[in-house]
Design a protein around this ligand. Structure first.
Ligand code: NAD
Length: 258
């Protein structure tokens, strides 16, 4: 569907979960990849190298503008710039507003929202020079609706949807598009932690907690997969995506249809 040979994709938070799934889809389409994130970096690198593409990793902490700038400097030095930017890094914390740890609020806003401003401002000049580019912001259903206990996350994701719209308008007459994807629950380490918390709180098995989590919100009763999200990113990178601009595209098993 899309040929990304000769293009470079940078995916923040791509050492696990959704980001890794998206990086793998972009690599399958032929893009060189800049990985970012913590944890098992070697396993992530190895899974992409088997696809025969060039891949590098930069450990920039998305809370640190100076480190984000260093990551872009490396991408420019190695590949000449970034053609596809996927802002995916994100963390979660669940707690009522009055108990919400202040440092957690700051970290969630920095990683889930402000980092996308920094990466976008650094990527756009090269995209404008090429008159082609794709910015995909991995928001969430929580960019569209709220859930109790997730104040910082919901605020950040609504902000990310807003940033997406403005970036799309500022690039509307160019070959650059900017869109947000709004996934429902995906079974990654970020959600596994919430399932464990439900199992502990309600004294039920992990399987029962998983079913409870889904039945509360996601009518399909099934998780969205990183592979499905990766293929949506590929569509946005293809010519079929040329006029998809400023969208907040839900892939949520029916969550926000309710
Ligand atoms: P995950 O925990 O599996 O992966 C998060 C990634 O971000 C990892 O690679 C981690 O190393 C990286 N990361 C964390 N803090 C970082 C920092 N300070 N600097 C750089 N990288 C950092 O989570 P996931 O579920 O794959 O989530 C990915 C994105 O998708 C997040 O933005 C999340 O909000 C969003 N999302 C997830 C779900 C879901 O159900 N899992 C649903 C909707 C949206």
């Amino acid at each position: 569907m899309v040929n990304l040979h000769g293009k470079t994709a940078l995916v923040t938070g791509s050492t696990s979960g959704i980001g890794l799934g998206i990086a793998q889809a972009l690599a399958q389409a032929g893009a060189s990849i800049v990985l970012n994130g913590f944890g098992d970096v070697e396993a992530a690198l190895a899974s992409l190298r088997t696809m025969g593409v060039e891949v590098i990793h930069h450990p920039a902490d998305m809370r640190r503008p100076d480190e984000i700038e260093a990551m872009f400097a490396l991408a420019t030095e190695r590949f000449g710039g970034v053609d596809v930017l996927v802002n995916n890094a994100g963390i979660q914390h669940v707690s009522p507003v009055e108990d919400f740890p202040v440092q957690k609020w700051d970290d969630i806003l920095a990683i889930n929202l402000t980092s996308a401003f920094h990466t976008s401002r650094l990527a756009l000049p090269g995209m404008r020079a090429a008159n082609w580019g794709r910015i995909v912001n991995i928001a969430s259903v929580h960019g569209l609706v709220g859930s109790a206990g997730k104040s910082a996350y919901v605020a950040a994701k609504h902000g990310l949807v807003g940033l997406t719209k403005v970036t799309a308008l500022e690039t509307a007459a160019t070959g650059i598009t900017c869109n947000a994807i709004c996934p429902g629950f995906v079974l990654t380490p970020l959600v596994a932690a919430q399932i464990d918390a439900i199992a502990q709180r309600d004294a039920i098995t992990t399987d029962a907690a998983q079913a409870r989590l889904l039945s509360d919100k996601q009518p399909s009763g099934q998780f969205v997969t990183p592979e499905q999200l990766g293929n949506l990113v590929l569509m946005l990178c293809s010519p079929f995506g040329d006029q998809v601009r400023g969208a907040a595209w839900a892939m949520d098993g029916g969550w926000t249809a309710q």
